[in-house]
Design a protein around this ligand. Sequence first.
Ligand code: PMP
Length: 399
Amino acid sequence: HSLFESVELAPRDPILGLNEQYNADTRAGKVNLGVGVYYDDQGRLPLLQAVRKAEMARIEAAAARGYLPIEGIPGYNKAAQTLLFGQGSELLASGRVLTAQSLGGTGALKIGADFLKQLLPESKVVISDPSWENHRALFERAGFTVDTYPYYDAESHGLNFSGMLQSLQALPPQTIVLFHACCHNPTGVDPTFEQWQQIVEVVKAKNLVPFLDIAYQGFGDGLEEDASVVRLFAQHDLTMLISSSFSKSFSLYGERVGALTLVSSSKEESTRVLSQLKRVIRTNYSNPPTHGGTVVSTILNTPELYTLWTEELAGMRDRIRAMRTQLVQKLKDHGIQQDFDFVLKQRGMFSYSGLTAAQVDRLRDEYGVYAVSSGRICVAALNSGNLDHVAASIAKVLA
Ligand code: PMP
């Protein structure tokens, strides 16, 4: 009799399943738009020059690999805060902000969720409909009930703002509300700054607990611009949590680089909060790994490398935006009747294309173009070599 006899097979991750199917596909012109990573115009996962230089310097220095502090590398955490709140931020000077290096954005969400469960055991969590699929699973695993608030409006390919606002207004105090601070995954649809101003008013008036997830800073309109929502919330004197991911912005997916930042109401409070957050970390994985964190910290704290990195990040952002423009143009060239201009308004790596599950199936089966069944495509996986085939294939399934 085995201990594991009653263990059921878990459903496989739909996106990983898609990748397996793609890898097994032997057709020459196949294109994988189901991924969640940035590829360059040659269809390769880039290793940034700034990363390469920082890694060379690290190898040269031949540093020993001792344990890091529980909350990670101090220079990394400080730099993560500066990315969020800006150079010379008064908030940072006040000592109200504390940060822990985390195992990617996922790790930041997880230690944040564990910390919140201890603090607010009765609270519910609400996430956007739809959201990154791991949001729900992760908060449920931490013991929360997870509901959704209206977000995407399929009809307009935009935001259901009135639905969203009404739903937030009806939440009980201390509900934890997860927001995507920029470049919403999976839709690519973000509220405007004016809409965020209204959202933040509701969050404040209803005493909600904002948890801002920022996994694509630098992929929307720029590093500073993409932090504007985080800064807006901070200006309203809200206490909040922020999960940062550097997986995409440094193309360091496998190094697990992220940060959890908490904004408290005083320096003294921060000390207490950090002491509790450290207990959460200690009982999860003790302390974070050294390599990725050192690389990111070196880049963010070395002026030449920082400049190089911002240029490379701008290159990624500009390429994605060029792909949006070219996709829309090519669809027109292929004679489609539908208006796809909404793709130009979306931000970040993804687009909710409006394709139905049946159309996504046809794209894959007949043309070797892989997308998520929701119609999500990764614009960052388009390139000058596959764009025409993708546009022609979409035009055919829409005809
Ligand atoms: N939040 C969102 C919205 C994401 O899209 C992702 C990654 N796809 C993450 C968090 C997690 O990022 P990481 O890979 O750094 O854990």
